[in-house]
Ligand binder design. Sequence first.
Ligand SMILES: [Zn+2]
Length: 395
Amino acid sequence: MLNAGWLIDGTGGPVRKNISLVTENGLIVSITNSGAGDTAAQVTTDFSSSTILPCLVDSHVHLCMSGTGDPVAREKQLGAGFDEIKGLISKHIKRHLSYGILAVRDGGDRYAHALRYRNEYLDIKKMPIGIRVAGRAWHRAGRYGGLIGRPPQKNHSLAEAVKTDPEEKDHIKIVNSGLNSLKEFGKETLPQFGVEELSDVVKIALKCGRRVMVHANGKKPVAVALEAGCDSIEHGFFMGAENLKIMAEKGIVWVPTACTMKAYAEHMKPGSIEHEVSRMNLDHQLEQISKARELGVTVALGTDAGSIGVHHGSAVMDELKLLITAGYSLPEVIRCASCNGSRLLGIEDSGIISKGMAATFLAVKGDPSKLPGSLSAIQAIYINGKSASDEFKWN
Ligand SMILES: [Zn+2]
C-alpha cells in the first residue's frame, strides 16, 4: 500500500487529499481515503508529504534538434547523419524522463532519424518511453517544411506520395502553412494544400490506422485541415474562434505550443521588432487557449521542443505554466499533459490514475501548489507498479 498526501488523477477532477493506493500485478486495485486504521506495516511506501500524478506526455517534439539558439550548432544538427545524432536523441529522451515525461510524439525530421532511432536503437528497458514518430513530414515544394520533411516527388499528388511512402511511421505529419512571422503581427500565409488533397490523405491514414497531425497557423490553413478531417492541429496561432468552435464540435485536438513564442521573446534582443511581435503572438495565443477552454476544445500539451529556446523536458513546465496563465486549473492542465496526450498518441491504458489502470505514475515532493516547478526534481516514477528509479537514473 502506498500513501500519498495529494492525488491529481489526470481526469481534470479536483485534487484528492490523503489517499491510500494499492497495486497488484502492475495494476491499481484500489484508491481510498487514508484512514486511521492503516497500520504502519500496511503502508509500504510513504508519500504523505508528496503529490502523485500521472506520467506526462509531450505531444509535439523534434528529438533530432536541441533548443540551442546558436545558429552554427543548429545548422550542424540539421545536417547531421544518424551516427552523429543518435547520442543527441538519447540525451533528449533522458531529459524527458527526468521530468516525468514517459511518452513523446515527434513532429518530423529531415532524414527520419527519430524513426530509425525508435526502430533500431531504442532500448526500452533502459529508457522506458513511448515514442511516436512522423518520420519525414510532407510539405508543398517551394513552401516551408524542408527542415522537417520533404515535398511529394514531381508529378506525384500528396495522396500518392503518402500511399507509396515506405517509412513505417506512427502518424502522418502535414505542413499546411508557413511559420509565424516575427516581423508582422498576425500575418497569415496561404494553405499549402487544398481540402481535397488533405481529405485523400485522411482516407489513406484511416485505412492504415494512422492519424494525421497538421502544422497550421492562420484561419484558412486551419479551416482547410479541419474540413478535411485531420486529427490534430499543431500550433494553430491566429486560427480564430470559428475554427475553435469547429474543433470542439468535431473533437479535433489542439496542440498550441505557446512556449515557442515565450522562448522567442526571451531569445530576441529586447526592443527589437522580433521581440515585440513574439510577445504579442504569445499573448494572442493565450487568449485563444482561454477561448478553447471555454468552448471545450480538447487541448493536448506539446512544446515543439527542439525549436529555438525550447528545451526537451523542462519546456513542459513552461507550457503548463502558460496554460495556467490562460485560465486552466492545475488538474485541467495535468489532464492536457497526461490523459489528452496519451489518447492522442493512441496509448489508451495510461494517463489516468484510477482503479483498473496501470500503476504508472509520478511522485513529486510537496503539495500541488509546488507544481509545475516540482517536476524539476521528480521524487519517484512507478511503471506498472514497480519503482523505476533503480533501473534508470532520472537526474
Ligand atoms: Zn514542430
